[in-house]
Write a protein that binds this ligand. Structure first.
Ligand SMILES: NC(=O)c1ccc[n+]([C@@H]2O[C@H](COP(=O)([O-])OP(=O)(O)OC[C@H]3O[C@@H](n4cnc5c(N)ncnc54)[C@H](O)[C@@H]3O)[C@@H](O)[C@H]2O)c1
Length: 379
């Protein structure tokens, strides 16, 4: 078992998810590589206690990420900090020669993303990947397989998105994800968008143009201290795009919404084609919808209750259900597998790439222009 020694930078919500995925590693079978979390960094030291209580492997607790980067025994870093810090921290992590799984959107804007891309070019020996876990759901893996096996035929249309609804409550206090200076001008696109476009981009479906409709539905939010402050980020984004692929053009609709009534972290993708169609949503995490079409024959959608068949085999019996924490574990398995085996990974689906994140920046920047000008913008 090869051990990869990790530092976590950003010990908030996502830092805890990675730490517990590392603790669940024995659930993975047949993988010859494992993480060991040895250092933790956050400017909020109050967060350290929970890690202290649960992770005996952590030797270093610090509020200065340079302590993590200066440690020659650390191989890799998971960085989950607000978007305004991505460019500065990611470039330094890569410059220090540490492998990086960084959170999306990989820079607060296109210029910040360009700095990260430049650092990656200058350090080809460092593996840099972007956190995006939903494609590891078994249903999403089956959509990937259907596209790869060309069961779709000529594509009619693609729809994908990530939907939330907790911001429907106007009394929900503001946090950094609703502030432009921390989250960025992209608003909900920067926060949710990479999740939505990960699979389409992996399939090579890059939009040539976009017409974006953006909404800021709740313009003020409680500041948590009895007052109200402006909430300037986009709550919802609807992107109508056009994709050219293999001589055909098809529409692709991308939704990222913080105010989609009734939706709680609903990630979905639907691909319809002249030969076959398929759709999967985490709203029904076990259910895969497929339709095979034979010209002249009846059309019927079929729902299949999927078993627990993950990209990386686990101890979990295939009669059980797959969930968010499982997707996180599978994503981490893919990252470590790629660190250990490069192109010879034990299964073919690798984590989202910086190039895919870069394309998301091009799309979201064009979307901002499109909305401002009420017009179609080339990506
Ligand atoms: N993959 C996913 O499903 C998913 C879900 C939510 C958030 N995210 C992404 O994860 C990242 C972090 O989001 P979160 O929800 O964990 O936020 P969070 O606010 O819970 O955690 C961020 C942490 O970064 C710390 N921090 C700020 N400045 C720092 C610095 N200079 N050095 C070290 N730590 C610092 C904060 O104190 C905080 O604890 C964002 O990029 C976000 O888009 C990804």
């Amino acid at each position: 078992m090869r051990e990869i020694r990790f530092g976590i930078v950003g010990a908030g919500m996502m830092g805890r998810e990675f730490a517990t995925a590392a603790a669940r590693w024995p659930a993975l079978l047949d993988l010859d590589v494992a993480p060991r979390v040895v250092a933790l960094c956050d400017t909020n030291r109050d967060l350290f206690d929970w890690y202290r209580q649960n992770f005996a492997s952590i030797e270093t607790f610090t509020d200065d990420y340079h302590d993590v980067l200066a440690n020659p025994d650390i191989d890799a870093v998971y960085c989950a900090v607000p978007h305004n810090l991505h460019a500065g921290l990611y470039t330094e992590i890569i410059g220090a020669g540490k492998h990086l799984l960084g959170e999306k959107p990989f820079g607060i804007d296109l210029a910040a993303n360009a700095r990260i891309m430049q650092a990656i070019d200058q350090h080809p020996d460092v593996l840099v990947r972007v956190s995006s876990e939903f494609p590891f759901y078994p249903g999403a893996q089956r959509v990937i397989q259907a596209v790869r096996d060309d069961l779709i035929g000529q594509i009619i249309e693609v729809r994908c998105g990530l939907l939330h609804s907790s911001d429907l409550d106007p009394n929900k206090p503001i946090n950094w994800k609703r502030m432009v200076r921390f989250n960025g001008e992209y608003g909900c696109m920067g926060d949710l968008g990479m999740h939505a476009v990960h699979l389409p981009f992996r399939f090579g479906w890059y939009p040539s143009n976009v017409r974006a409709l953006l909404s800021n539905l709740v313009a003020e939010r409680p500041d948590g201290e009895g007052g109200l402050v402006p909430c300037e980020t986009w709550d919802n984004a609807l992107l109508l795009t056009q994709v050219e692929k293999d001589g055909f053009t098809f529409p692709m609709t991308i939704e990222t919404k913080r105010i989609a009534p009734g939706e709680t972290n609903t990630w979905y993708i639907e691909v319809t084609g002249m030969r076959g169609s398929t759709r999967f949503s985490t709203k029904q995490p076990k259910t895969l919808w497929t339709m095979e079409y034979v010209p002249g024959h009846e059309q019927s959608w079929r729902s299949t209750d999927l078993q627990y068949t993950s990209a990386y085999p686990t101890i979990t019996g295939n009669v059980f259900e797959f969930g968010f924490a499982d997707a996180i574990l599978q994503m981490w398995a893919a990252f470590l597998d790629e660190i250990a085996h490069g192109k010879d990974m034990t299964q073919p689906f690798h984590c989202a790439t910086p190039q895919e994140a870069h394309w998301s920046h091009r799309l979201f920047s064009a979307a901002l222009q499109s909305h401002a000008a009420s017009s179609v913008v080339a990506v």
